[in-house]
Structures are given as structure tokens and as C-alpha cells.
Ligand binder design. Structure first.
Ligand code: GRF
Length: 201
């Protein structure tokens, strides 16, 4: 399955996908990694793996519409069947989301619908939750509100800080994101009328 992966930073989820693809556990071909931040650490990870990288700095575009249009153009040159948001920290326009409907995935560090948006680990602690986690979902126009493909739960322990909790959640992210991509690559999931349809084999 041809993929394009969008990042903004560290790229540890990208790395997890990369490694599974390299070891043959994930039937994907990563055609490009695109970052909106020139300094994203994930760009080096991609380069080390011999994957083509592109930077589209959003600050060089007059507005969100112009940036998203340019981004779509670049992505479509690689003809991906799935676009993977892996720590891509920008809200996408309705036009972008519509263009990739059913082939745009995101990972979010919370048990959605709890804690959409930023700073999820601190908010989960402040809310006194005993459980937290991560969600992979198809992207729709509701930010962090698209149909959920997979979730992973982790306990919250007394004494947890946003950092200790983030590390526990991240480990699960690295497990479920490749798993969701594999399900898509194997034709086991499909977005149908705002729902995730699982196809049994
Ligand atoms: C992850 O926690 C992801 O869920 C969130 O941003 C973080 C990205 O981490 N959307 P990385 O760049 O994959 O290391």
C-alpha cells in the first residue's frame, strides 16, 4: 500500500511504522514523509531510512487554505492510497479532509472522545482519571472526532506526571498505529458513512 506520512516533530510514530515496514510486518511503501516544520526530528529518521522527505513550511503561505492546497498538490504527486498523520500538528481545512476522505488517518493521545485537542496527558491527570490511552481514527471535519479504528488503554498511577503518562501512552501508540495501518492495507477496514466498517476474513 503506497503511503505518505505527515509529521511536525519528533517522529517516533513514523519510526514505528518505518521499522515494521522494513521488517516486512507491514505491507506498505512509504513514498514520502512531509513536514510542516523544517526542524522536525522525524525528517532525519526518514532520511536515514532512505525515504524521500519534503518540507512545506506553513509560515510561507498566506493562509490555511493556501497551505493545504499546496500540501494536497505535493501529496498527490506520490499517489498514496493512505495519508498518515503522525504527530502532524495542524488543523486541516474541510477541502483537504474531503479530498482524502476514507484514506486519512490520525493518532491522538487520549481515549477519544475524551480530551480532543492539546495537552491530553495533563488534562487526564487533572480530571482524576484512572485510565488513559490512545486512539487511531479516520479524519473527518470534527477535529479529533472522526470514527475510531483502534484504541489502547493504559492505567494512570498515583504519582504519574504528564511525562510518565505520555511515555506509557506512546508505547501503545507505537503498537496500535502500525496495526491500524496493517488492517487498512489488508482491506479489513473501510470508512462507510462516518463509521468504521470491519471486514471479516
Ligand atoms: C503523539 O503523542 C501523537 O499521538 C500526537 O503527537 C505525538 C507525536 O509524537 N498526535 P511523534 O512525533 O510520533 O513522536
Amino acid at each position: 500500500l503506497p503511503l505518505v506520512i505527515l509529521i511536525s516533530g519528533r517522529g517516533s510514530n513514523l519510526q514505528a511504522i518505518l521499522e515494521q515496514s522494513r521488517s516486512g510486518q507491514l505491507p506498505v511503501e512509504i513514498r514520502a514523509v512531509i513536514s510542516n516544520r523544517p526542524q522536525a526530528q522525524g525528517l532525519e529518521r526518514a532520511q536515514r531510512a532512505g525515504i524521500e522527505t519534503r518540507v512545506l513550511d506553513h509560515r510561507q503561505y498566506p493562509n490555511r487554505e493556501a497551505f493545504d492546497l499546496a500540501l494536497m498538490k505535493v501529496i498527490d504527486r506520490y499517489a498514496p492510497e493512505l495519508v498518515v498523520l503522525a504527530g502532524f500538528m495542524r488543523i486541516l481545512t474541510a477541502e483537504f479532509v474531503r479530498h482524502y476522505q476514507g484514506r486519512l488517518m490520525n493518532i491522538h493521545p487520549s481515549l477519544l472522545p475524551n480530551f480532543p485537542g492539546l495537552d491530553t496527558h495533563r488534562r487526564a491527570l487533572q480530571a482524576g482519571k484512572r485510565e488513559h490511552g490512545a486512539s487511531v481514527h479516520f479524519v473527518t471535519n470534527k477535529v479529533d472526532g472522526g470514527p475510531i479504528i483502534l484504541q489502547a488503554r493504559v492505567p494512570i498511577y498515583p504519582g504519574d506526571t504528564p511525562d510518565t503518562l505520555a511515555a506509557r501512552v506512546l508505547e501503545e501508540e507505537h503498537r496500535i498505529y502500525p496495526e491500524a495501518i496493517r488492517a487498512f492495507a489488508e482491506g479489513k477496514i473501510r470508512l462507510e458513512e462516518e463509521r468504521v466498517h470491519w471486514i471479516k476474513d
